[in-house]
Design a protein. Structure first.
Length: 204
């Protein structure tokens, strides 16, 4: 049986939780002194139609579990970065976020409106720096495919994940042959306990 494609959902920046997403300034030469510049319109159009998937370098960040994982009731997928990068289509870009006190400046250069939009969406205020975010960009809202690569390494469940949901995700882990662990909270610390561990592959 043919394996199903692996997909990552990419919403538009207007659907994300930070109202400052996409903020930027224009260099004087880029704006040309005209607020309705065609160049600016092209960037705005690209911003409005860029799909984004957000990832993080860390899995034990309490505010992210609260904000993005249903107040510790959701889950987190951990990826093998090399496998993910090998599987992504050439039209998909991945970048590490920049955290700054000031929004990015769009200059008059050879970059396309899409590249300028991705530049804007690769920067956030320093107050988000603890998230250590990476982003995947695609053209349009939808799904980024990483082919049939076995890129998921672990499925991590929050401490408030229901027993029924834990059971369902253990079944998913068995299908994918990846480890499934659930968070246990003690005072100000968290630990992950394994619910399912795939059997080791025999050496040939």
């Amino acid at each position: 049986m043919e394996k199903q494609k692996r997909l990552i959902g990419c919403p538009l920046f207007s659907e994300m939780n930070d109202p400052m997403e996409g903020s930027h300034r224009l260099s004087q030469r880029f704006s040309g002194g005209s607020p309705d510049s065609k160049r600016q319109e092209a960037v705005d159009d690209a911003l409005a139609t860029t799909g984004i998937a957000s990832m993080s370098e860390v899995s034990d960040h309490e505010p992210m579990w609260a904000h993005y994982a249903d107040q510790f009731g959701g889950m987190c997928a951990q990826y093998n970065v090399n496998a993910l990068l090998r599987g992504l289509d050439d039209t998909v870009a991945i970048t590490r976020m920049i955290y700054s006190e000031l929004e990015p400046i769009l200059a008059m250069d050879r970059s396309t409106p899409t590249e300028k939009a991705r530049h804007c969406l690769s920067s956030k205020t320093v107050r988000w720096a603890s998230e250590r975010e990476w982003r995947i960009f695609r053209d349009g809202r939808g799904q980024a495919s990483y082919g049939r690569a076995a890129a998921v390494r672990k499925i991590l469940l929050g401490s408030r994940t229901s027993p029924a949901e834990q059971g369902r995700l253990v079944e998913v882990g068995q299908q994918l042959q990846v480890q499934v662990s659930v968070m246990k909270v003690e005072a100000y610390s968290m630990q992950f306990t394994t619910l399912y561990q795939p059997p080791k592959k025999e050496a040939r």
